[in-house]
Design a protein around this ligand. Structure first.
Ligand code: CO
Length: 253
């Protein structure tokens, strides 16, 4: 599928979509505490999406069975919520959520602490977020796509963290996944020229250990091979002539 350039009208709908998703994430943030199950998060998240008139875009996507991807500790992304998995003090939990509003997709992820966590875990969450903000320094017209990739990967490695290479960010619009792919590590060449009206989901997946990941037997849950902790941070981003617009940044951030 080709890269799409959004019109002003489409941009406004994506802005609305992102705003609704921002509210969902902001509400889920306060819901995270020891004792809840990952299924509780999915149930509440789906309710928050639907009560705003959104449609959960992950539900049934290629057979994925939930609305919110909930990934705990060494799970990197695409964890499947269950009634059995209870969060406990000291865990870190990544919530990846998305919705469709008037035909336009939004997609965002955050990693939260469950109660008080180790210094290492807190540092991982912070660096993962910083990776995103390093990357978007190059998310503007006139820059090239892989400048974003390189900035993310370089920053993570300098801080001593691993960068997952098997999963990448993506264009987004009337589909959840559009071209281009947005890797989180250095590529050959500069990649495509960025132009105003492109909308991309930039989503570093960072580990406290190595970059190798594996797929669990449910064929969805991605975990670190070395068992190290992993974090995920993602926003839906609009390329403009100036600073990028982050459709899914929460007002608390
Ligand atoms: Co995404």
């Amino acid at each position: 599928m080709a890269v799409t350039i959004k019109t002003q009208h489409e941009i406004e709908l994506m802005r609305q979509s992102g705003k609704l998703l921002e509210e969902v994430h902001d509400t889920l943030r306060d819901f995270i505490k020891p004792g809840i199950t990952t299924k509780d998060i999915d149930r509440y998240g789906e309710e928050l999406i639907r009560e705003r008139g959104g449609i959960p875009n992950f539900l049934h996507y290629e057979g994925y069975p939930a609305s919110i991807c909930v990934s705990v500790n060494e799970e990197v992304v695409h964890g499947i919520p269950t009634e059995e998995r209870k969060l406990k003090e000291g865990d870190i939990v990544s919530l990846d959520a998305g919705l469709i509003w008037k035909g336009y997709h939004s997609d965002a992820a955050r990693t939260w602490a469950v109660g008080s966590i180790s210094k290492e875990a807190a540092e991982l969450i912070k660096v993962t977020e910083e990776c995103f903000f390093e990357g978007i320094r190059f998310a503007k017209a006139g820059c090239h796509l892989y400048e974003i990739s390189k900035a993310i990967g370089t920053y993570a490695n300098q801080r001593g963290f691993g960068v997952v290479e098997d999963l990448v960010g993506h264009g987004i619009g009337t589909s959840l996944h559009e071209d281009p792919q947005v890797p989180n590590f250095r590529q050959k060449g500069r990649g495509m020229l960025l132009v105003p009206g492109m909308t991309i989901a930039i989503e570093p997946m960072i580990t406290a250990g190595g970059k190798e990941v594996q797929w669990e037997d449910d064929d969805w849950t991605v975990t670190t091979v070395d068992g190290s902790l992993a974090a995920h941070y993602e926003n839906t981003v609009l390329i403009t002539d100036g600073e990028p617009e982050l459709f899914t940044l929460t007002h608390r951030e």
